[in-house]
Write a protein that binds this ligand. Sequence first.
Ligand SMILES: *[C@@H]1O[C@H](CO)[C@@H](O)[C@H](O)[C@H]1NC(C)=O
Ligand SMILES: *[C@@H]1O[C@H](CO)[C@@H](O)[C@H](O)[C@H]1NC(C)=O
Ligand SMILES: *[C@@H]1O[C@H](CO)[C@@H](O)[C@H](O)[C@H]1NC(C)=O
Ligand SMILES: *[C@@H]1O[C@H](CO)[C@@H](O)[C@H](O)[C@H]1NC(C)=O
Ligand SMILES: *[C@@H]1O[C@H](CO)[C@@H](O)[C@H](O)[C@H]1NC(C)=O
Ligand SMILES: *[C@@H]1O[C@H](CO)[C@@H](O)[C@H](O)[C@H]1NC(C)=O
Ligand SMILES: *[C@@H]1O[C@H](CO)[C@@H](O)[C@H](O)[C@H]1NC(C)=O
Length: 659
Amino acid sequence: MALGSFVLLLSLLGVLGLGDPGPLEDVVIDRYYIPKICLREVQMGDFIRYHYNGTFKDGKKFDSSYDRGATVAGVVGVGRLITGMDRGLQGMCVNERRHLIVPPHLGYGSIGVAGLIPPDATLYFDVVMLDIWNKNDKLQITTLSKPEHCNRTVENSDFVRYHYNGTLLDGTPFDSSYSKDSTYDTYVGTGWLIKGMDQGLLGMCAGEKRSIIIPPFLAYGEKGYGTVIPPQASLVFSVLLVDFHNPKDGVFLEHLEVPESCKRRAVTGDFVRYHYNGTLMDGTLFDSSYSRNHTYNTYIGKGYIIPGMDQGLQGVCMGERRRVVIPPHLAYGENGAGDKIPGSAVLIFDVHVIDFHNPADPVEMETVYRPEGCNITTRNRDFVRYHYNCSLLDGTKLFSSHDYGSPQEVTLGTNKVIEGLNRGLLDMCAGERRVLIVPPHLGHGESGARGVPGSAVLRFEVELISMEEGVPEGYLFIWHGDPPENLYEQMDLNKDGQIPADEVPKPRGGLVGCGRMRGARGAHPWGQHPKDAADPKHLGALGRKNAQAWSIAAGNGEQRGWGSGGSLFSCPCCCLEQSSIPIPSHPIPIPIPSPSHPIPIPSLLPPAVLHLHPDPSGRREGAPHAQLRPRQSHRRHVQEPGPQPGREDHGRGAEAEVG
Ligand SMILES: *[C@@H]1O[C@H](CO)[C@@H](O)[C@H](O)[C@H]1NC(C)=O
Ligand SMILES: *[C@@H]1O[C@H](CO)[C@@H](O)[C@H](O)[C@H]1NC(C)=O
Ligand SMILES: *[C@@H]1O[C@H](CO)[C@@H](O)[C@H](O)[C@H]1NC(C)=O
Ligand SMILES: *[C@@H]1O[C@H](CO)[C@@H](O)[C@H](O)[C@H]1NC(C)=O
Ligand SMILES: *[C@@H]1O[C@H](CO)[C@@H](O)[C@H](O)[C@H]1NC(C)=O
Ligand SMILES: *[C@@H]1O[C@H](CO)[C@@H](O)[C@H](O)[C@H]1NC(C)=O
Ligand SMILES: *[C@@H]1O[C@H](CO)[C@@H](O)[C@H](O)[C@H]1NC(C)=O
């Protein structure tokens, strides 16, 4: 190299020039620019890089590093430069500028350099120092900022994503990750990087910012790199570690808040409803269920969500808050997802589990109080009065009968309340209290209901206030014992072939003595609307039936409207007036006449009374981490070590998803 030989020439000639007398005793040094910050001064034996202009007294240029378009690199103070330079460069700082006047005896002496420097020439140099290093140098690492919490730091073989600004020692920028709009992503300590970076990144926390000064022998050495890193250049990297993980990492869990009582933990196949905030390691929020006002609902362990979440949700309790840290190979891999999740990103999910269930779950019942001597219990078709509180499992109150002032009423087994509540009200005795956990397939299903989120598990507190034994489905009342002959005619008091409202047995009145006849109770909506119940027009239909129609109706099963809508009797023991009818000895059902026109069903059903959803409530959704991404075939370009100025797309080759 021309430069090297020139330096050699200078030093060779310098030695030859010693002893020649000159106008000056020593080098004259004018430090005309000294930078404010001077971390280091040139010492004997240091390697330096500098630019210079050399002129004679008359200002005529005899040499300049600028003309060669390259800085000069060399060792100082070991006689390889002319003595005047060896002395004149001592103590310089990086970026310092000096004007040196070198007398001939410290320059090229009485001989000069043929064709270039005449004998006995005094030389004038303008020098700017660019780089100083020493073979004994080590990496200089300065932590610029560090997050408070840092319980894991970069180790060898970790995969890191970092931003950097790279400059030469004099501040000349040569490369920056920011210019590429993407972090630099690579393995540490495995030779992908220049040695200085492999060492300098060790021990960093996510979010830490460091300055790393790398001597050339731990960087690009004598060759430099392309046009931007000169030979023998020290490099200064300002590094911000964005995230890192190890390809061997699994899902990392932090149990932030586990409820005291946790009867059950989620397992594969459970359907979990949870809220989450998803952030990157640097704290950037990439997704949140809260922004949709809706829990994220999914089966776990079934591959509907990224593997890391499938694993990370195992064993959660209802109400638990958990942090799930997922390495990219268990998340979105080297490609990332959308424009929010970069390739090879570690994802941090802060999860709040609202509830979960299994599609095979029954109603979970816990008896809180059961009165002594409880031997009469509820069965389907019984008419019950009960109080209830209904809430979600996170404690959100939904509905309460206490808000209505009077207990809820329902005929069990008539599809008037959700199946789970109906089941939970069976086998109860008056005064009993229970807590019911109702899974959505026995509740409001996957679409939910007014105020009830889809797929929500419900918690009921119920107290049975009273019960009345019911009549079988399709019957208006049953007669205890053999029914009297011509019952219809007996009920048809005025013998006009109809049984209008005023002939229907009344509460506390009746055809016969107490205990002969048990009427069907309407479903509880009537209880909510006593006015409707009392309105005789709803009973009118009965009056237009004759005895024959009545018995026909008994056979064709059309009586459901009556069974569910009519509230003909409001006492369990309806006393019929006509005492001439003998007391029957065994119960015989009397069919309910089918109505000649539909009976209006009150539109204001209480919220707990909604249609049934036989299907289990699972569903998949479209939030980012719900999609299973095909695993990318592992790409690994052969990559030159270190940040590579001037090369596009250099970071993506080394991907964390090995194996
Ligand atoms: C050398 O000369 C060039 C051209 O005149 C100038 O740009 C440069 O700053 C000079 N270098 C020094 C160290 O004075
Ligand atoms: C990491 O630090 C956080 C916050 O200090 C702490 O909650 C967590 O348990 C720590 N994790 C480990 C593995 O030490
Ligand atoms: C890199 O330089 C840019 C622009 O000056 C600055 O915003 C950024 O914080 C620097 N990054 C690092 C890691 O020093
Ligand atoms: C969520 O609810 C808030 C407050 O009720 C509302 O302002 C916002 O628009 C809702 N967002 C969505 C996505 O529904
Ligand atoms: C998600 O972030 C919001 C807003 O900071 C916070 O209120 C909520 O508790 C967070 N949820 C979880 C599960 O961490
Ligand atoms: C329950 O049955 C027992 C014995 O069969 C009887 O002594 C008791 O009175 C009954 N209790 C009620 C509330 O009917
Ligand atoms: C419903 O909640 C109220 C208030 O907490 C309570 O007084 C009442 O006993 C509850 N009802 C039932 C049926 O548990």
